[in-house]
Design a protein around this ligand. Structure first.
Ligand SMILES: O=P(O)(O)OC[C@H]1O[C@H](OP(=O)(O)OP(=O)(O)O)[C@H](O)[C@@H]1O
Ligand SMILES: Nc1nc2[nH]cnc2c(=O)[nH]1
Length: 185
């Protein structure tokens, strides 16, 4: 069914801005510094988790000052909806990372099923160590595992449905230049 563009525009008009572009860029800079300090000698294979990780990865990667190899993977469990379901692999990693450090870049750690499944996949497929970085860690007590954390986190966020900076609302507004919470969600 075609998207109702009037509704999509209205969602943006009514949304609450949680983080501006400037705040996000400052957080990304901090994260980049931490990764530079810790992974510079690790020769990692870096995977951007599509689609949501695209903007974050695009802003983070040029600030990493060491040699790395870059690829992508696509695992999705929201599929343009506002609640998550079963994880579906659209594209598994194609580049070899056997006995290599891996860095997974994603936009958000929400319940964490996605990041946990990707990390487990990489470990079982022979990664030496899996590092994870997310732009946003949503604050609630519904994590897939109680101890589930990303190694590097840009910013926390309230328990609402958010979009922008790579994250979608019904497939739209991944291009929004900040992070916004949908009114009522
Ligand atoms: O922590 P979780 O509750 O598992 O949710 C986090 C995941 O959800 C989003 O992906 P989505 O499934 O929407 O796919 P997309 O990036 O292609 O939109 C986001 O990009 C994360 O990968
Ligand atoms: N767009 C978007 N994707 C998500 N995936 C998990 N949580 C969220 C969220 O709040 N917004």
């Amino acid at each position: 069914m075609p998207a109702d563009l009037a509704h999509i525009r209205q969602v943006m008009a009514e949304a609450d801005c949680l983080y501006t572009n400037e705040q996000l860029e400052a957080a990304i800079h901090q994260v980049a510094q931490s990764i530079n300090a810790e992974l510079a000698e690790r020769n990692p294979v870096v995977f951007c988790v599509m689609n949501g990780g695209l903007i974050f990865a695009g802003k983070l990667l040029p600030q990493l000052d060491f040699p790395l190899e870059l690829s992508y993977l696509h695992a999705t469990r929201y599929r343009n909806e506002t609640t998550g379901g079963e994880l579906f692999w659209k594209a598994k990693p194609e580049i070899s990372f056997m006995d290599r450090d891996v860095l997974i870049i994603d936009d958000i750690l929400d319940e964490g099923h996605t990041l946990a499944a990707i990390s487990d996949f990489c470990k079982h497929a022979g990664a030496r160590q899996v590092h994870t970085v997310v732009l946003i860690d949503k604050t609630h007590d519904r994590k897939a595992r109680p101890d589930l954390k990303a190694d590097y986190v840009g910013l926390p966020c309230v328990d609402r449905y958010i979009f922008g900076y790579g994250m979608d609302y019904k497939g739209y507004w991944r291009n929004a230049p900040g992070i916004y919470a949908v009114k009522g969600l």
